[in-house]
Design a binder for this molecule. Structure first.
Ligand SMILES: [Fe+2]
Length: 310
């Protein structure tokens, strides 16, 4: 099968110290995705899996288990875990994305104002249904969201590989700003709706005589649609098969999906980092509480030299 060339250009070996932050930042900015192979060694992968395995047997009150027809999800907020003084749990997994290079990337991408919203561990098993349909992640505030998605099992097109359509995220951010909350849920909800919104947007570029930008977007929409026959059928052109330990970092405004599992299981841990400026925090009591608690607990952990990430 034809391989999308962007995967090669956006994939870096995490052990290669010659890679500069600037290249990774630039790729993420332009395409909305970068892939870091060898991010997490087998020992660490096993630790993370066993941390969640023991939680699965006896769920602490600050974490949540969601059972599905074909697998399960465990999620928790690292901030709530810290407030509950439960730091003996998830020692490895809660700080797996604490690497300096990732910190720099998050700060740059989310304009120095970020909050780690949650850690999510998912186990998906054989099913006729895809793990998720093509979608973008919608946030009522329109905030940017950066996701860190770590394969904890070898994953290919038969075991539910993650798929992503590169360089669409920046158009979706513009549409986010253009639409109000109600319009966003209507116009950016299914693959067909998203495609239609992008086509409408391209027409507005044509009207403004922005020929280059118009041609570029039309080309991208055509490439996307050539490989997606309908919402749940596609030819894996955009899928990312990779070894366990590979980290995929992506802007959640890009169009993405989880594949169908025909054999084996897919184990993934992921986290969501949200853009969280003070302006947003002032919108509601809950938002302000989260903002202040985040800052306060960060300071406390820093003074006590505790290993945390939130
Ligand atoms: Fe998503």
């Amino acid at each position: 099968m034809e391989q999308n060339s962007f995967f090669k250009e956006n994939t870096f070996d995490f052990n290669n110290k010659k890679i500069t932050r600037n290249i990774i930042n630039e790729k993420l900015e332009n395409d909305g995705i970068v892939i870091l192979t060898n991010f997490c060694d087998v020992n660490k992968q096993n630790h993370i899996r066993s941390e969640f395995k023991s939680m699965y047997k006896k769920m602490p009150k600050w974490a949540k288990l969601i059972s599905k027809n074909s697998g399960y999800t465990i999620h928790y907020s690292p901030l709530v875990r810290y407030i509950n003084k439960a730091t003996k749990y998830c020692k490895i997994s809660s700080t797996v994305f604490k690497e300096k290079i990732l910190n720099n990337l998050r700060s740059k991408y989310l304009n120095n104002s970020r909050v780690l919203e949650r850690m999510i561990y998912t186990v998906d098993k054989v099913s006729d249904e895809p793990i998720t349909e093509w979608h973008i992640d919608l946030f009522p505030t329109g905030s940017k969201c950066l996701k860190f998605f770590l394969y904890l099992s070898d994953t290919d097109d038969k075991s539910g590989a993650f798929s992503y359509i590169p360089s669409m995220h920046s158009y979706i951010h513009l549409l986010h700003k253009k639409y109000d909350v109600k319009e966003r849920t209507k116009r950016l909800f299914t693959y067909e709706n998203i495609k239609k919104s992008l086509i409408d947007f391209s027409k507005s570029l044509e009207l403004k005589s922005n020929k280059n930008e118009y041609n570029s977007l039309i080309k991208k929409i055509k490439l996307m649609d050539d490989h997606i026959i309908n919402q749940d059928k596609y030819d894996n052109f955009f899928s990312i098969p990779a070894k366990a330990g590979t980290l995929i970092i992506f802007d959640a405004a890009g169009i993405h999906k989880g594949g169908i599992i025909q054999e084996g299981e897919r184990h993934v841990i992921r986290s969501h980092f949200l853009e969280y400026p003070l302006k947003r925090a002032l919108k509601s009591k809950n938002d302000l509480y989260l903002y202040l608690m985040n800052r306060l607990c960060k300071l406390k952990a820093f003074l006590k030299k505790e290993e945390v990430l939130f």
